[in-house]
Write a protein that binds this ligand. Structure first.
Ligand code: 6PG
Length: 468
């Protein structure tokens, strides 16, 4: 019984997380049916660390210290249930199973309950940061049984990214909270990626070359937009194709893929309900990107002369920067508002101040904005929407005007900026004392006797409309 931690599934993420743990002094063992992956794990280990790969699950379980701590990194869905089924005859009461993949939180909830009856701890943990993050410091979002968390906490704190010495991992709530937080993280990820692609579309329309785009994004990453996604975007513009002499970005098909976590965020937001319109838009735009043939046809039908900008390039770049900043804040605001609501409605007790702290390093949506949000939650830990924080409000107001003029320009120039538009529309509605939805209530009552409330007299009313 020598190993501290076991991993099932030695794909890129599983292998790199184990190697990261080993580098921090833990003895680790991995299981994969594919012998080549076991060999790859052992040969990638840092000399002097204790790393073993086996192709028999029972062998791995036998070699683990009790209570056993076993993580799986396998595709979401049935494979997770299959692994649980194969583990059950091998484990004992008190052992801890961790699902580190992108599982849907309702599956996690079901598994937590099922395994609780068998006195086995099950934790759903979100891991973000891709291959590099897993190897050198991911952001880790654990949820589930707090007692089980204490068993794995030393390892997770050791391997997590660090910001100012603080590990980017913390206990983020009960039951399926870890996977819920990761799902919303991915929703925000989709939104920000969409917004960056719209910013790129505008700058490309204005004639910037890939070299210039690189410089713009690089400069942005040194300022208020500092973030992982802006940083990698700057790099992308420099990458040359190895099959032709083009820049690689220019020969990549515009059909965007997705594995579904953004869609889950939108679907679940509607269940709550919470408005996450920028995330919804980002999902819809990836879907629309797949209609390549129809888009080509429609482009023919609606073709006309383009509208150019008279704004000098420097000013336009500034406007795009501000609009991207504005819409990024709205994206986080929507995601965090969703977590706020879900935490209560689904009884997960998600600590939002800890969520933003965990997201400050290692994950795909890490950005300097999270420092501002951390301050906001330090002032009020129970903040239903970060747009209600004074400091956030000042930041938003400082870029509001440029956001409006950029969106107006994009609308005239026929550049699709659905994410930016959606962020502004949300903002304008959110800060409306009175929306125009009184008319919707009147219509509902008109055709369906759905009743309405009044602003002056309490109670529920119905009118026989149109009979005057
Ligand atoms: C992360 C990423 C990661 C993965 C997404 C991509 O936090 O490290 O979110 O989990 O890259 O699943 O999702 P799509 O394939 O849906 O874009």
């Amino acid at each position: 019984n020598v190993f501290d931690f076991g991993m099932i599934g030695l794909g890129v993420m599983g292998r790199n997380l184990l190697l990261n743990m080993a580098d921090h002094g833990f003895s680790v063992i991995g299981f994969d049916k594919d012998g080549a992956k076991n060999a790859a794990l052992e040969s990638a280990a840092t000399p002097g660390t204790t790393v073993k790969g086996v192709s028999e699950l029972a062998q791995m379980i036998e070699l683990l210290q009790r209570p056993r701590k076993v993580m799986m990194l396998v595709p979401a869905g049935q494979p997770v249930d299959d692994v649980i089924a194969s583990l059950l005859p091998l484990l004992e009461k008190g052992d801890v199973i961790i699902d580190g993949g992108n599982s849907h939180y309702t599956d996690t909830l079901r598994r937590v309950k099922y395994l609780r009856e068998k006195e086995i701890h099950f934790m759903g943990i979100g891991v973000s940061g891709g291959e590099q993050g897993a190897r050198t410091g991911p952001s880790i979002m654990p949820g589930g049984d707090q007692a089980a968390y204490e068993h794995v906490r030393p390892m997770l704190e050791a391997i997590a990214a660090k910001v100012g010495g603080t590990p980017c991992v913390d206990y983020l709530g009960k039951e399926g909270a870890g996977h819920y937080v990761k799902m919303v993280h991915n929703g925000i990820e989709y939104a920000i990626m969409q917004l960056i692609s719209e910013s790129y579309a505008i700058l490309k329309h204005a004639g910037l070359t890939n070299q210039q785009l690189h410089e713009v994004f690089k400069t942005w990453n040194e300022g208020k937009l500092q973030s992982f996604l802006v940083e990698i975007t700057a790099d992308i513009f420099l990458q040359m194709d190895d099959q032709s002499d083009a820049h690689l970005v220019d020969v990549i098909s515009d059909k965007a893929g997705s594995k579904g976590t953004g869609k889950w965020t939108s679907q679940d937001s509607m269940e709550l309900p919470v408005a996450v319109s920028v995330i919804d838009t980002a999902v819809a735009m990836r879907t629309l990107s797949g209609y390549k043939d129809e888009r080509v046809q429609a482009a023919e039908i609606y073709a006309k002369d383009g509208y150019g900008s008279s704004t000098p390039t420097d000013e336009l770049v500034q406007e795009v920067q501000d609009a991207l900043y504005f819409a990024t804040i709205i994206s986080y605001a929507q995601g965090l508002a969703m977590l706020f609501q879900a935490s209560k409605d689904l009884a997960m007790d998600i600590p939002l101040p800890k969520v933003v702290s965990v997201w400050r390093g290692g994950c795909i949506i890490r950005s300097s904005l999270l420092e501002i949000f951390t301050n906001a939650y330090t002032q009020t830990s129970e903040l239903s929407n970060i747009l209600l924080n004074q400091e956030v409000a000042e930041v938003v107001k400082s870029v509001e005007e440029n956001t409006r003029s950029l969106i107006a320009f994009a609308a005239k120039a026929e550049i699709p900026v659905a994410g930016l538009m959606s962020s502004l529309a949300y903002f304008d509605a959110y800060k409306s004392k009175r929306m125009a939805t009184n008319l919707i209530q009147a219509q509902r009552d008109y055709f369906g006797a759905h009743t309405y409330q009044r602003i002056d007299i309490p109670g529920t009313f119905h009118t026989e409309w149109g009979q005057q």
